[in-house]
Design a protein around this ligand. Structure first.
Ligand SMILES: [Zn+2]
Length: 279
């Protein structure tokens, strides 16, 4: 019995040194009260089987609240750190970081709505392994929306990677295991597929990346400036092998056309510059 009482005293002592009596605290009938929130910092407990009673420390209302908010901050920091780590691992070019649905200037366009739905229903998309192919002219928003989907998932701590073949080829050159590592991402976005001016070695690696992704059973999004005709009827077998695999993995093809986003931005920037410089 003495052991139990000693153990209880030890715990109480640790608690008292973690939460020492503060200025303004007061006692009523021998029980310590918090000077700030006026709730007790001690409670009388009957110790089982001993017939003893002990006054033991408890958390007052403001200490409890402080404890809860500390725990929440810890959780939040932990979550933010995991998201940061995923971003460092998955995003190979910082230009993709700023793309988010919040910055979308045409949220009602068909492609925007589809991409947002793709992101918000990703758990279902992932289970059914549905890929997206975004194709169309340069600067029509393909990269923007593909990166929006990846960033949406990353913000929820879902592993997503957004990269392109020049970055991937240099990764593979440095690390033979790079292709296998890509499969740890729930979503892989390959931006700007355009394999027309590549060496045989690069073509083989590009095929290997796509093929490994298809075999992993996990979804990918591919963006390309190639037209539907170029994708369906490529010039040679080496390209056909790659494109066939992509279209197998990405049954949903979204065509992007219209005003060049890059063009609109450049125009706005030029207008702003003229205003500042008075030209
Ligand atoms: Zn208090």
């Amino acid at each position: 019995m003495d052991d139990i009482l000693k153990a209880i005293d030890g715990i109480a002592e640790r608690q008292r040194s973690a939460y020492p009596e503060a200025e303004g605290d007061y006692r009523v009938d021998g029980i310590l009260y918090c000077g700030k929130c006026k709730t007790p910092k001690e409670k009388e407990y009957a110790i089982p089987w001993t017939g003893n009673k002990k006054i033991l420390p408890v958390l007052c209302k403001c200490q409890k609240e402080q404890y809860q908010s500390d725990q929440e901050n810890l959780k939040k920091t932990d979550f933010e750190m995991r998201v940061d780590r995923l971003k460092r691992e998955g995003i190979t070019d910082s230009k993709y970081l700023s793309c988010s649905f919040e910055n979308d200037d045409s949220p009602k366009s068909k492609n925007s709505v589809i991409c947002r739905r793709y992101a918000s229903k990703f758990s279902e998309i992932e289970k059914k392994n549905i890929g997206l192919l975004l194709y169309g002219d340069v600067g029509t928003g393909k990269t923007f929306y593909a990166a929006c989907v990846a960033n949406y998932l990353l913000a929820k701590c879902i592993p997503a990677s957004i990269t392109n073949f020049p970055d991937l080829l240099s990764l593979i050159f440095k690390d033979k295991g790079a292709i296998a590592k890509l499969q740890s991402f729930s979503l892989l976005v390959i931006d700007d597929l355009g394999v027309e001016r590549n060496s045989d070695y690069s073509m083989e690696q590009i095929y290997n990346v796509i093929d490994a992704r298809v075999r992993s059973g996990k979804p990918m999004i591919v963006t390309t400036n190639l037209s539907a005709a170029e994708l369906i009827h490529p010039a040679d077998l080496a390209h056909k092998r790659i494109y066939d695999r992509i279209m197998e993995a990405c049954p949903v093809m979204l065509k992007f056309e219209g005003n060049s986003r890059r063009g609109v931005k450049a125009y706005q920037k030029a207008a702003e510059a003229k205003k500042i410089l008075g030209v």
